[in-house]
Design a protein around this ligand. Structure first.
Ligand code: ZN
Length: 502
């Protein structure tokens, strides 16, 4: 694919030069500038990545200005910064429990209780404020090792502080993410917005919750059929799903404009009971078939937790069941967000393959343990042939799983011609940004400019948008790159002149 794109660029430059000869001067000049801007930008970029030491600040500037297309691995609640959540706590007149850093949702408790702080008091107390940020995100984790939890626990437990408030302000939150996306030169976000409504059947029906996770698909399907029938006939559950879809439609209604598009994935929580996961999957597939805003499903939560590990295969078979019913609904699945030592080695051998071969995922989130998969070469070949994209989240992978630099399998995916996309995962919790993810990608792996550009285009190509929408987004991206390369070339030339005059 890289080769194809490189050839395309070369063709564009050659076409531009050809036009110079045969076309009226004015048009020809414009076209030639497009080609030469690309080359000037490429040369400038090559100079940066081939410098020793690497000019990180200059690459940071470059990464900030680079058009980024889409962010395809993006969790709504984890993308918002703790500061935003505090604004919302204040807006609702709630307080923060001093001892636990949790929001007190019991009304105006702070008026009678000194152990619950108003947001103004939190902000006035610098030490408490910083401690709150350390609980609600990964802030200061690296330089406070004496206070730190294990990194994956730190990361996932931060969600308990803001999950409830994050749901109270979907409209505001999405607008805020849109503003940030535009500032970061993103034009598309596919965010994991909400969990599909679930029924926990533990008390009423033990059928699903009593099953062995090792059950075959053939033996499992009759149980799933009967649960499906129960859901179909459950008026209350059907109404919950209807409301869920209506809320998504309403929350996303005012987001799209000429420069920005937002679509949604709904998700299931992998650490819930089987009946809860299955019912949540049911509502997720219903939402994906009934709302144009819902473009796919995902499965989230710590993959190394007891329940997630125990039920992994069961979850994949459940996805398979729904994919047979709704083959057009697309899945991007967190799979292989694991590294050696997080679980016994046997647990690293099958997650990515199962997500691809059993569940039918079209994109893989993380794919960090590919090196440990059974028959990994054959699996990589398959992923390459089927062009299943892998979502690379460098900050998150380093923090949660300790996988970074040359140990990160992004090098394998690139070498095996597997499409990758650069994404953020949870930029609010990580206190990062999409530009920083690109900076890490550039500075660690030094991709050629063509490859980098191709990776940005992947974020549209492998999105779950329709073909027509992708075409539209690609045209926008073409324009953004033309502008970026023109600006970069002008800047390079300007400073060449200035520095020559010195
Ligand atoms: Zn994720």
């Amino acid at each position: 694919m890289l080769k194809i794109v490189s050839e395309k660029f070369l063709l564009r430059v050659l076409t531009a030069l050809l036009v110079l000869v045969v076309s009226p001067a004015g048009i020809a000049q414009t076209k030639v500038i497009v080609g030469s801007d690309f080359l000037t930008t490429q040369n400038y970029y090559n100079k940066l990545i081939n410098s020793d030491p690497l000019p990180i600040a200059q690459l940071n500037l470059f990464a900030n200005q680079l058009p980024k297309g889409g962010d395809l691995h993006h969790h709504y609640s984890g993308a918002l910064y703790a500061e935003t959540y505090l604004d919302w706590v204040e807006k609702k007149g709630l307080c923060i429990v001093k001892a636990s850093f949790k929001i007190n949702f019991n009304g105006r408790e702070h008026e009678k209780n000194e152990s619950c702080l108003t947001v103004a008091s939190v902000r006035a107390d610098e030490i408490f404020y910083r401690k709150l940020l350390m609980h609600w995100s990964d802030k200061d984790f690296a330089n406070h090792f004496h206070e730190a939890l294990p990194p994956d626990i730190q990361f996932f437990s931060s969600f308990q502080y803001f999950t409830t408030i994050s749901k109270a302000f979907y409209k505001d939150g999405l607008q805020q993410l849109k503003i940030r996306a535009k500032n970061e030169n993103l034009q598309y976000i596919e965010t994991m917005l909400a969990r599909g409504p679930a029924i926990n059947e533990i008390d009423s029906n033990k059928e699903l919750d009593g099953l062995s996770p090792a059950i075959s698909s053939e033996a499992l399907d009759p149980y799933l059929d009967s649960a499906w029938q129960r859901f179909e006939n459950d008026e209350n559950f059907q109404n919950q799903i209807k409301n869920f879809i209506a809320e998504i439609e309403s929350d996303t209604a005012d987001i799209d404009d000429a420069d920005f598009t937002l679509r949604v994935q709904v998700y299931v929580m992998r650490n819930a009971s089987p009946s809860s996961v299955f019912s949540s999957m049911y509502s997720g597939f219903k939402a994906a078939t009934q709302s144009k805003k819902v473009v796919g499903l995902n499965i989230v939560g710590p993959e190394n937790s007891v329940v997630a590990m125990r039920d992994y295969s069961l979850h994949m078979k459940m996805f398979k069941y729904f994919k047979n019913k709704y083959p057009d609904v697309r899945l991007s699945l967190h799979a292989g967000e694991l590294s050696l030592g997080m679980v016994p080695p046997e647990g690293l051998r099958y997650h990515i393959r199962s997500a691809v071969e059993i569940a039918g995922a079209r994109r893989i989130g993380h794919g960090l343990d590919i090196m440990y998969e059974s028959d990994a070469d054959a699996l990589l070949k398959k992923i390459s042939q089927e062009q299943i994209a892998v979502e690379i989240n460098l900050t998150s992978n380093e923090f949660i799983a300790g996988v970074a630099g040359q140990s990160h399998p992004v090098t394998i995916y690139i070498q095996r011609n597997i499409p990758i996309v650069i994404s953020t995962d949870d930029e609010g919790v990580s206190r990062s940004s999409i530009s920083n993810e690109y900076l890490l990608f550039i500075s660690r792996y030094k991709p050629s400019y063509s490859f980098l550009k191709n990776t940005v285009y992947n974020s549209i190509q492998f999105s779950f948008l329709s073909d027509d929408e992708k075409l539209k987004q690609k045209k926008i991206l073409d324009q953004r790159f033309a502008r970026f390369e023109k600006d970069t070339a002008q800047t390079v030339k300007y400073f060449r002149r200035v520095n020559a005059a010195d």
